[in-house]
Each structure stands twice: as C-alpha cells, then as structure tokens.
Design a protein around this ligand. Structure first.
Ligand SMILES: Cc1cc2nc3c(=O)[nH]c(=O)nc-3n(C[C@H](O)[C@H](O)[C@H](O)COP(=O)(O)OP(=O)(O)OC[C@H]3O[C@@H](n4cnc5c(N)ncnc54)[C@H](O)[C@@H]3O)c2cc1C
Length: 223
C-alpha cells in the first residue's frame, strides 16, 4: 500500500477512504494506539466502515471519527482519534471469538439481518430475551436458529450451521465454477423473514444492501 494513503500523527490516524480497515488496525497497533482493536477481522475499507458505522463488541466507528472529508456524499478521507497504549491481546481475543462463532471458512456478506429491538416486537416479554439486559436487541441469529433454519440450502447458498445470521456460499471456489447465485441468497432471505414473522410475529430487517441488477453485473458478486 502507498503510505501516502494514511498517516499517523500523535494519537490521530488520517486515512484515505480506500484504505483497508484491517490495515488501519495494524497501523494503530504498530503506533501503540488503542481504540480500533474491535475492528480486526471486519472486511472492507475505512470509507465503507464509516459510511455504514461498522460496529462490533459494543464499539462503533462513529465514536472514533474526528474529521471526514467528503465530495458530495462520497467520503474521501477520515481522521480517527485514538488513545495511547495499544491492547494487542484484545485482537487475539476478538479474532478467536470470530473464528469460534462465525463461518469464516466460507464466503459470505457477514450478518444479513439487524438484531431487532425488543421494543418493536409484538410478542410482549420474549421468553428467549431472559438473560439479556432489558430492551437490548434480540440476536437475529438466535431467532433464525429457533425456526430450525440452520443448514437450509437453496442452490449453493446455505444458512450457516455456525451462525444462522450468515448465509454462506458453499459452492466450489474455483474461478469460473458455479457457486451460490444472488437469487438463491434472496430466496433464503425471504424464507427467513417469512418464517420468523410467522413464529415470532417479528419483522427482521436487512443489514445488507441490495444492489440494482446492473450494478451486480458490473461487480463480481457471489452469484
Ligand atoms: C465475515 C464478515 C464479518 C463481518 N463483521 C462485521 C462486524 O463485526 N461489524 C460490522 O459492522 N460489519 C461487519 N461485516 C460487514 C462489512 O465488513 C462492512 O459492512 C464493511 O465495513 C463495509 O465496507 P466496504 O468497504 O466493504 O463497503 P461496501 O460494502 O462497498 O459498501 C457499504 C456501503 O457503504 C457505502 N460506501 C462505501 N464506501 C464509501 C465511501 N467512500 N463514501 C461513501 N459511502 C461509501 C456504499 O455505497 C454502501 O452503501 C462483516 C462482513 C463479513 C463478510
């Protein structure tokens, strides 16, 4: 990577939007800065992470951003304000947790659905919300699992056995080989929404975004 794409000054990191988030995590540790450890293992760019307010383990991108340069609604660069004393051990802990709980051996788009708010559900006190702090979001993966949908497969797209909020591409990964099609993933998403609605009277909302068909064709999608 061209080092001009990001610079570190005291406890601040300036990065152009296209810099990989994982690269910034590494740079923050190398410069003994803390605050970005939670982002280790999140694929994508820093621009994308700021645009979607990437979050994990109770931390959010927006809490670190001290400046954004934009052209219209396109983020060109960001400045992150961190603190001293990198906590390298946290990265190992978070990676281990991800490996244990997420299907990282297969391609996926990450979590498909947002965790729904307990406020929005029409079930009253949900039996499965016991043990969660009052009004904390309900884990979408748990709801999908309770519907018995883990390992449900359409074409080469499958609801992960490891984490039911992930739909994985379990087709062959060779170039040119036929893997999961976008339409199979969409069918699984519709099945999940319908089944969760029927069982829990709850509407799951997508975390992912749908690209128009033309945009899908010009990128290199999973299907
Ligand atoms: C295995 C796995 C685990 C994941 N874990 C997490 C997690 O723990 N937490 C989490 O939050 N996400 C997670 N994700 C989701 C994903 O990594 C994030 O959504 C990612 O941060 C998006 O960045 P991107 O560069 O890929 O953006 P894209 O997917 O390309 O775009 C996402 C959105 O941001 C917009 N955008 C992108 N760049 C810019 C820019 N420069 N200016 C303006 N808008 C822009 C796009 O238009 C689009 O609307 C995970 C994904 C996978 C596959």
């Amino acid at each position: 990577m061209n080092s001009e794409q990001r610079t570190v000054s005291s406890n601040k990191i300036y990065a152009e939007a296209g810099v990989k988030l994982s690269d910034l995590v590494r740079v923050s540790i190398e410069n003994n800065l803390t605050g970005l450890e939670w982002a280790a293992g999140i694929p994508g760019t820093v621009g994308g992470a700021v645009a979607v307010n990437a979050s994990a383990f109770g931390e959010e991108m927006k809490n670190l951003v001290s400046d954004i340069k934009r052209y219209k609604n396109i983020i060109l660069s960001v400045e992150l304000k961190l603190k001293k004393n990198a906590q390298k051990n946290l990265i190992k802990k978070y990676f281990t947790y991800r490996r244990q709980t997420q299907p990282l051996d297969y391609p996926s788009a990450g979590c498909i659905f947002k965790n729904p708010s307990q406020l929005g559900n029409k079930m009253g006190a949900a039996p499965f919300s016991r043990g969660l702090p009052p009004l904390s979001p309900l884990p979408a993966g748990y709801l999908i699992d309770q519907c018995g949908l883990k390992e449900k497969k359409i074409g080469q797209a499958m609801i992960s056995e490891k984490h039911a909020n992930f739909i994985v591409n379990c087709g062959p990964l060779r170039r040119g080989a036929s893997g999961a099609k976008a339409k199979d993933v969409i069918k699984l998403i519709q099945l999940i929404k319908k089944t969760v609605q029927k069982k829990f009277n709850l509407d799951l909302e997508e975390e992912i975004e749908y690209l128009p068909k033309r945009a899908r064709q010009s990128r290199s999608p999973i299907g």
